[in-house]
Design a protein around this ligand. Sequence first.
Ligand code: GTR
Length: 327
Amino acid sequence: MNLTRRAFLGSGAALCLGAVARAQVSARTLTATDVHVSDYPTVQALRWIGETLMQETAGRIGLRVYHSGQLGREGDAINMVRFGALDITRVNMAVLNNPFPLTQILSLPYVFKDEAHMRRALDGAPGQEIARGFERRDLVCLAYYDSGMRHLYNTRHAVTTPRDLHGLKIRVPPSDIFMQLLRRFEANATPLPYGEVFSALQTHLIDGAENNWQTFHTTRQFEVAKFIARTGHSFSPEALLMSRRTLDALSATDRGLLLGIAQRSVPYMRSLWDKAEAASRDYVLGKGVRESDVDIGTFRTAAAPLLAAYRRDPQLDALYTSIQDLA
Ligand code: GTR
């Protein structure tokens, strides 16, 4: 009797454990990183992808989003995703410029007429060609997101022309293009990781930086840098990259679903972006940031030789031409 009971209990427990094991295997949680704060449009878009995935796979696949740079710098995240230690990361083109040369066209100065032009280029043939460049290095570009126009701000004085930047230490992201551009703007270009910019401004290690309105706002850099010059020198959009290894491990159906959801997150992200950009600008101006009257022609003239130099590369030149065809 005892034996029978034990055998019965044993088989029941085994059945139960089997069910738990099956549940664990199928309920897969992917990981994603972003250096921005929790309510930044890119992070909200990632969260939306996770929620939609959960719904459309009936809970089989989820996405855990690590925001605010909890898992480190963008450059490190790219390698972690390449090797499958992380599944997805949202990074800016600036950190991709050196390892993925086709992305340079998206960060070079004054390439796009406006946001609508950039979106057309990313949605069209230029975006597709740049995305193919990632495939060669085990990455899949799930989507492109907006990053608005980048402007220059500093803690010292109003800036109207590049001459006003002379001698100022301006932080740039880790990209040769940004180093060269800020040098052309007569600044002392200083590369620094994103997470260190606020304290570097506060301790006067640097005099300024350049970024879009939202980043200027959400990182609270506006509290120390009170002078902004709307130079709009670069759009440098965002890329949502996924590990080829993780994507290949999914079933064909789940793969298609995930790729489709990522594409559907683009209009969602854009609608968040359009609202947040204007709100950030109003907010910081309300907090005493002063916007100077920029002589934009002087910045364009200073930047032009840089664009011309990169266009000597036939692939970049062809991309530039196809982008201008969409202007
Ligand atoms: C922001 C971008 C971030 C980061 C940052 C920077 O616009 O969204 O991913 O690259 O710029 O300048 O480091």
